[in-house]
Write a protein that binds this ligand. Structure first.
Ligand SMILES: [Zn+2]
Ligand SMILES: [Zn+2]
Length: 344
């Protein structure tokens, strides 16, 4: 089969590789659509996956759907359209037993399909049937490839326990930030604002219009502007960038007693922020990652019931051969691409 192999630092090569042999409990799918994710860009920059013992050609891709072509499990039949949840939870540990599979002791933020083992930037993908979910007919292939970022947005919004009439700031208007803006409105927020630092990259967000207002994050007095706008601070701030400066802005623009939900993964794990402000204002600082297995299924439901259409956020549909170009465009400050998907 044709596959996009990560061969080195910033180097994807389209190669002919062997389709993995089907084992008991596994299914083989013909991959239909794969979402190109920001975390793929990190791996592309480092030129390898998270598994130091990876033997064969490494293939990324964790946001995908496909049609079952072979099965050695009775969970699915040939022709079923499915998506996989990339989170490789163990199902045995204390967290998994509580239904908190996203906090599984074995996962640790890196144990995902397409990170530690081969993903789906290829014509076929073979994986364990127990990690796959059947797609409703009214969820399109492209929508199904966007369940992964949507589940992150959904889980974060649920963690915020947002209430009617609250004001929300979302720092970072990438796809997850925009999906959160849409979801907080559905959940009863009356005002959702965002900050941006690149005029070009915010264009698509303005076009879709999930936010009520856009603030230029490059301005010196940005925190003050945001507090003034909300009579003393937002009820909830989502930090979706992962920098010390944006976490600091979040703490400085939330109201006393308010919540800061952090979903931005920092490239440098240690960042600086104003801790006194956090303590003296009793700001609640909450981390959020991925989602639970139940929430993953609920995310499929959100799309099926028309609560959100993730297709709106897709700016580019590319053939697999263009994956290298997709990554180059994603790191280009002068490219307005928001979400790209590839069709192998
Ligand atoms: Zn992703
Ligand atoms: Zn576990």
């Amino acid at each position: 089969m044709k596959a996009a192999v990560l061969e080195g630092v910033k180097k994807i090569t389209i190669k002919d590789v062997k389709v993995p042999e089907l084992q008991d409990g596994q299914i083989e799918i013909k991959v239909l659509v794969v979402g190109v994710c920001g975390s793929d860009v990190h791996l592309w920059k480092q030129g390898k996956g998270w598994n130091p013992n990876q033997q064969n050609d490494f293939i990324m891709g964790h946001e995908f759907c496909g049609t079952v072509t072979k099965t050695r499990s009775d969970k699915f039949k040939v022709g079923d359209r499915v998506t996989f949840w990339a989170n490789l939870y163990c199902g045995e540990c204390d967290m998994c037993k509580k239904g908190l599979e996203h906090l599984c002791r074995e996962v640790n933020g890196t144990n995902y399909i397409g990170f530690v083992c081969n993903g789906a930037y290829s014509e076929y993908f073979v994986g364990e049937a127990k990690r796959a979910f059947k797609l409703p007919d009214n969820v399109s292939d492209i929508q199904a490839a966007l369940i992964d970022p949507l589940m992150v947005a959904y889980h974060a919004v649920r963690k915020s326990e947002i209430k009617l009439n609250q004001k929300v700031l979302i720092i970072g208007a990438g796809i997850i930030g925009q999906m959160m803006a849409h979801l907080v409105k559905q959940a009863g927020a009356t005002y959702a604002a965002t900050t941006f630092v690149n005029d070009l990259k915010i264009q698509k967000a303005k076009e879709i219009g999930d936010f009520d207002e856009y603030f230029d994050g490059r301005k010196e007095d940005i925190a003050e502007q945001l507090r003034n706008k909300t009579n003393g601070g937002f009820d909830i701030v989502f930090e979706a960038v992962g920098l010390g400066s944006t976490l600091d802005l979040a703490i400085n623009s939330v109201k006393p007693g308010g919540k800061v939900i952090v979903i931005g993964n920092s490239i440098t794990p240690t960042v600086q922020f104003n801790m006194n402000k956090l303590v003296l204002n009793e700001v609640q600082l909450i981390g959020s990652v991925s989602c639970t297995r139940v929430e993953f299924e609920e995310t499929i439901d959100l799309i099926s019931k028309g609560i959100i259409s993730p297709e709106n956020y897709v700016t580019d549909i590319l053939p697999l051969d263009k994956l290298q170009t997709a990554f180059e465009r994603l790191i280009d400050e002068n490219d307005p691409a928001l979400k790209m998907v590839v069709k192998p």
